[in-house]
Design a protein around this ligand. Sequence first.
Ligand code: NAD
Length: 373
Amino acid sequence: MKPFTFEAHIPRTVFGSGTLDKIPEEIERLGAQRVLLVTENTDRQRALADKVKGLLGDKVVGIWTIALAAIGLQLHEGSCTDAVMHTPEEVTLKALEQAKSVNADCYVSLGGGSTIGLGKALTIRTGGKHLAVPTTYAGSEATPVLGETVNKVKTTRSDPKILPNTIVYDVDLTLSLPQQLTYTSGINAMAHCVEALWSVGNNPVIDGIACSGIQDLASALRKLKDTPNDMDARGKATSGAFVAGVCLAHVPMAIHHKLCHTLGGSFGLPHSETHTVILPHAIAYNAKAAPEAMEKIKRALGTDKDAATGVYDLEKELGTVTSLKELGMKKEDLEKAAEIACKAQYPNPEPLEKGKLLQLLENAWEGKPPQSV
Ligand code: NAD
């Protein structure tokens, strides 16, 4: 018998197709009068903001689009949009100026994890309400966690006040996700479920939803490869991402998230792609120390191979990125990454050792099949 303590904090969640139309009644429910829409400076997201403005009418007091050039920042290499990962403080402070100037009492964030992160950063600074409308599978909308970058150093904090009040999932919004982002974002979500299964904080509620999340995400991604507009599969991927976010919110993550946090925060690697490359290797690292979790991952994936190979094979089938090399990581930086990831010790089934972490990173850099180290 494993004792546990569990207290659930999940935002009110509205899920479906065409659910954007429900935003006015959800805003009413929050008692908000002055809404600032927060989104990215892309044609797609601006059009989405205009649509929501049309629904909310006079309640919208402004639209904040993240425009990096205006604050002297460059787009990160390879990026074609103004989404800014890791919530840089410069961006937040500019948005905060607008929020104060229009006296906003509520933020509606429309976008992926980067945009929702900005919504959280504004909420925690002003006490306003937050309704999140996710357009990727990252899961940030379901967590009380905020990672922010100040002077290029990323720090993460958790506070119940950071948790959005309401999530509106409109599955229609995910139809525009490019194929590769669909897969890498879906595997990012799967990683939350995988780590929940071997987390020190695991409990029967989280265990059950983590398994269903892996199963739904794997089957949905496979289906979306052939039929990207299949609404049932899009729905499964989105609800899988929701439960993955709930896992992330409720139990401590371990080696996988720590490595990805290091690679993203200190070496600027892209979020969902980095999760995709690392996941099979993180599973292989813990294979011997977490046999029960391995069985559950295997079963949820429906593979007759081991859990790590099951995820790697899925990635190969989808044609995702599988090496850190492809993401622009320099081989000579791997040792530094292993050192940073090892510094702050945290619970992980297999003890963390710099040499083994380096071996894991070297395998991931090459894109080799996962192997125990
Ligand atoms: P993102 O928000 O940076 O978006 C990635 C890309 O997808 C952008 O180019 C964006 O324009 C595009 N995009 C988003 N929705 C789209 C759609 N429907 N159609 C087409 N393109 C679309 O990436 P992300 O992976 O969603 O989020 C990553 C960020 O979120 C990171 O900063 C990460 O740290 C943070 N995050 C935080 C938590 C948390 O709990 N605090 C959880 C997950 C992720």
